[in-house]
Design a protein around this ligand. Structure first.
Ligand code: AN7
Length: 350
């Protein structure tokens, strides 16, 4: 049978009229055991990477967007709107195109990765670049969505988080239980909440014997939850999580506490080192924000956090191709040579 996408796969959890379903057959992403990172950093754990960059628009946002857009269509809506650091706008634009409705996306000018901007544009969204940051963009779209006929699809839309909890379902199905720890990057703080709700749901239904401790990581220059204050001018190389006033701040704090986990921060240098490491030793190209979870894992392991033998899942939230500038900036320049065997051999090393 063809894989039908998340709504039909998890119908009882995501109720919506069949004729309203809008899907790009998102979900069912691979969970890979990491061998390279474990070896390189001497991690005393069993580490699994959930490759959310392999969703149709290249990030985990598609899980929530299929449900949010389907519910919007069910209600007869003709337009959706969101603010975004990039991935939400790419996903909203694609699902709106599939649904045949309008999408308006508002992003911080010059502060989103080019790949993400190109997605919103080619899918036909109306794109607004505001002279301000994500938090200011979100305030604008929240106001606009108070008008009739236009639905907000940021993660304050409850359907987004309901769709996103399916990633936890898939992990439990793949591992046969929930892991001991789940490490995840935190921006607007919706995904950490969605995962925990998904794990809790499967735990309550007896499909998992335990719930993981949820461990979230913000970038140090954009760490409002960790520092317990709104950051007016958030900064980080990980543009997807450059957020100073997260929409799901309180629920995320509660999830971290209730699960026995925490929310911590990692420096940009640690994020970039993790970003490079996962690409070079495991072969997975994720975007910088995604590497915050790996940077956090390496940091905690160095501090002696793990006893040994724990099962840990790290979510790689978005694909590296969205932001190739970062990869190019970090890497050695290619050799430019004559198109002759000797010219290549002269530089070749192995
Ligand atoms: C790759 O697209 O907020 O903590 O507007 O794109 O659930 O916000 C993106 C967030 C992590 C943080 N990794 O997730 C947006 C946006 C990637 C992301 C996050 C984002 P949340």
């Amino acid at each position: 049978m063809l894989y039908p996408g998340l709504i039909r796969q998890y119908r009882t959890y995501l109720p919506v009229a069949e004729e309203a379903v809008v899907t790009l057959h998102e979900g069912r992403t691979p969970l890979f055991e990491s061998k390279g990172l474990v070896k390189k950093f001497n991690l005393p754990i069993q580490l699994y990477l959930k490759l959310e960059g392999l969703n149709p628009t290249g990030s985990f946002k598609d899980r929530g967007m299929t449900y949010a857009v389907s519910k919007a269509v069910e209600m007869g809506t003709k337009a959706i709107i969101c603010a975004s650091t990039g991935n939400t706008s790419a996903s909203a634009a694609a699902y709106a195109a599939r649904a045949g409705i309008a999408a308006m996306v508002v992003v911080p000018e010059g502060k989103i990765a080019l790949g993400k901007l190109s997605q919103a544009q080619i899918h036909g969204a109306q794109v607004f670049q505001v002279k301000g940051n994500f938090d200011e963009a979100l305030a604008v779209v929240k106001k606009i969505s108070e008008q009739d006929g236009i639905i907000l699809v940021n993660s304050i839309n409850p359907h987004r988080l309901l769709g996103q909890q399916t990633a936890a379902f898939e992990i439990v199905e793949d591992l046969g239980d929930a892991p001991d720890y789940h490490f995840i990057p935190v921006g607007n703080a919706g995904n950490i909440v969605a995962y925990y709700r998904g794990y809790t749901r499967y735990f309550e239904e007896g499909k998992a014997k335990q719930k993981p401790k949820m461990c979230g990581f913000q970038a140090a220059g954009s760490a409002p939850i960790v520092l317990n204050k709104i950051i007016e001018h958030p900064e980080t190389v990980a543009s997807a999580i450059r957020i100073g006033n997260p929409a799901n701040w309180q629920p995320a704090k509660e999830v971290a506490k209730e699960s026995g986990g925490f929310i911590d921060k990692v420096e940009d240098e640690e994020i970039l080192a993790a970003y490079e490491a996962v690409a070079q030793v495991d072969g997975f190209f994720c975007e910088p924000a995604s590497a915050a979870s790996i940077a956090g894992l390496i940091k905690k392991a160095k501090e002696g956090f793990f006893k040994g033998g724990e099962k840990v899942v790290c979510t790689l939230t978005g694909h590296g191709l969205k932001d190739p500038d970062q990869a190019i900036a970090l890497s050695p320049k290619p050799h430019v040579v004559e198109a002759r065997v000797e010219a290549v051999l002269e530089k070749l090393k192995w």
